[in-house]
Ligand binder design. Structure first.
Ligand SMILES: Cc1cc2nc3c(=O)[nH]c(=O)nc-3n(C[C@H](O)[C@H](O)[C@H](O)COP(=O)(O)OP(=O)(O)OC[C@H]3O[C@@H](n4cnc5c(N)ncnc54)[C@H](O)[C@@H]3O)c2cc1C
Length: 363
């Protein structure tokens, strides 16, 4: 019997485990994946995320892993461009974009150091319920096929977009987006990228995200319905050429990725956050299109908000309020229905929402 069982040991699950274990709760985390495995995601952190990693004492690990500090964001709109410095606020004077192999591992290690138990290779297949119907834990199987059961007072779904906890608990959908972008990305060497660079053209986007090992994650985005089938490499090269204009010759001089990753897209959503004996954090509870580069920060914020809330209702109210301000604007950006003036207005609104979020988590 545990106080809390968490399904999913990545950013949402490991961070929640870290904070609840530090509060003295007996926490068990299970994940079907391996410790330190990569996942389908670029990984640009926003201010709120960096602030929380710093507050929890995890940022040092990210820096020690050679993750470069990012001190500027450059927005390229084709006809003009804007560079915004990262103004120090709440002790954050740089952003970071650690590979998920670095970030998820650092959070899992911190959770285990705080006393949480993490079991990898366990696939949850359903929820346990008590006589009243209240969720009372999970059941599943380990890699060897052995049955697995864990009872707990609270079951946390941190199991991503296809959350089995959300499905089995019957979490309702509060909001569904209409915008839906597809993304192709890979890791470049010798690109000379030392800041976030976001490129926007009507119907296209791209980004350079400096990360570990001297590499930059370079993505190209289009509306999901416009992702061409066929030769992925040719598509990626063409999208980057159209959207970045070759980035002043830098792409031609850099070493391109050996492997590409594709996200075919899904619309954003907000699910009911909790019910008797269960709660959802991270992508299990809400999902914004990746073009927001905000999902990891959302997941860390959920962990912090849940650990601080006096009740699950309070957690849900805070989460819904914060997402309420960003959901519509991200949905519009992800729909690619914008012209550049409209996009700039939306990006400014998003930036204001992110500042408000930082104030909230830092308060
Ligand atoms: C293409 C793409 C690019 C992105 N780029 C960015 C970005 O630049 N910045 C940003 O902040 N966000 C980005 N995101 C969003 C970000 O990846 C997610 O918001 C984040 O991963 C959510 O973390 P999570 O812990 O909630 O879920 P996940 O990272 O999805 O982790 C869920 C975990 O649950 C486990 N699990 C699932 N089901 C079960 C089960 N039945 N039993 C046991 N374990 C289970 C999985 O193995 C997994 O380890 C991007 C997403 C995509 C798709």
């Amino acid at each position: 019997m545990h106080d809390v069982v968490i399904v999913g040991a990545r950013v949402a699950g490991a961070a929640t485990a870290l904070l609840l274990a530090r509060r003295g709760l007996r926490v068990l985390v299970v994940d079907r994946d391996r410790y330190g495995a990569d996942t389908l995601s670029t990984h640009a952190l926003m201010r709120g995320g960096v602030f929380l990693l710093s507050r929890w004492g995890v940022l040092d690990r990210i820096v020690e892993a050679g993750t470069p500090p990012i001190r500027e964001t450059h927005f390229d709109f084709g006809a003009d461009a804007v560079t915004v410095g990262i103004k120090p606020a709440h002790g954050v004077d740089a952003l970071y974009a650690p590979r998920r192999t670095v970030l998820d591992r650092a959070l899992a290690d911190a959770a285990m150091a705080a006393g949480a138990e993490i079991r990898y290779g366990v696939r949850v297949t359903g929820l346990l319920r008590d006589e009243s119907g209240r969720v009372a834990g999970v059941h599943g199987r380990d890699r060897a096929g052995a049955a697995f059961t864990a009872r707990a007072r609270l079951t946390v779904g941190a199991d991503g977009t296809k959350s089995i906890v959300a499905r089995e608990a019957g979490a309702g959908t509060l909001r569904t987006g209409a915008g839906c972008g597809a993304v192709v990305y890979g890791y470049w060497s010798e690109l000379g990228a030392d800041r976030y660079e976001w490129f926007y053209r009507p119907g296209h986007s791209a980004g350079f995200i400096p990360t570990n090992a001297g590499e930059a994650c370079v993505f190209a985005g289009v509306p999901a319905s416009h992702l061409p089938r066929g030769d992925l490499r040719a598509t990626y090269d063409r999208l980057l050429a159209v959207t970045t204009d070759g980035a002043g010759g830098r792409l031609a001089r850099a070493r391109p990725p050996g492997r590409l990753h594709t996200w075919i897209g899904r619309p954003g959503y907000v699910r009911q956050a909790h019910g008797p004996g269960w709660v959802l954090v991270g992508d299990a509870g809400s999902f914004l299109d990746p073009l927001s580069t905000h999902g990891i920060t959302d997941a860390l914020r959920d962990a912090e908000t849940l650990a601080r809330s006096a009740s699950l209702d309070e957690f849900a109210t805070t989460r819904n309020r914060v997402i309420g301000t960003t959901f519509d604007v991200v949905d519009r950006v992800a729909a690619y229905g914008w012209d550049l003036p409209r996009l700039r207005t939306d990006l400014l609104e998003l930036s204001r929402a992110m500042s408000a979020e930082l104030d909230l988590v830092a308060s």
